[in-house]
Design a protein around this ligand. Sequence first.
Ligand SMILES: [Zn+2]
Length: 127
Amino acid sequence: MTIICPCNSTKNYPDCCQLFHDGTHFPITAEALMRSRYSAYVLQNADYLLATWHKNTRPKQLDFSQDNTTWQKLEILHTKKGGEKDEKGRVEFNAFYVQDGETRLMHEISRFKKVAGRWFYVDGVLD
Ligand SMILES: [Zn+2]
């Protein structure tokens, strides 16, 4: 059974974020990394999240065992730089999730940086 990718790209997971999660491909743009990280949250893939986190801001570990968040939808609102030839980028997004029976919205502007040709997540500003 093929599943639609959790990042809302309308592609099948094996043709979309799974390529990055498997480590066979690396996202070319900051937005693609952002999408693959969102999918990794949906799938609770802590290894991928840590591997794509900039070393200066990366947490020591991610523990999903107590997590009761159900991610529902990702909406990319705006991107600034973050293209193939850029070294930095920003992605503004809405992520909808259900926690404790309530639907909530997370709005964030994430910052990304390229290190040795690969994109990493640095940090995000919530509002
Ligand atoms: Zn995807």
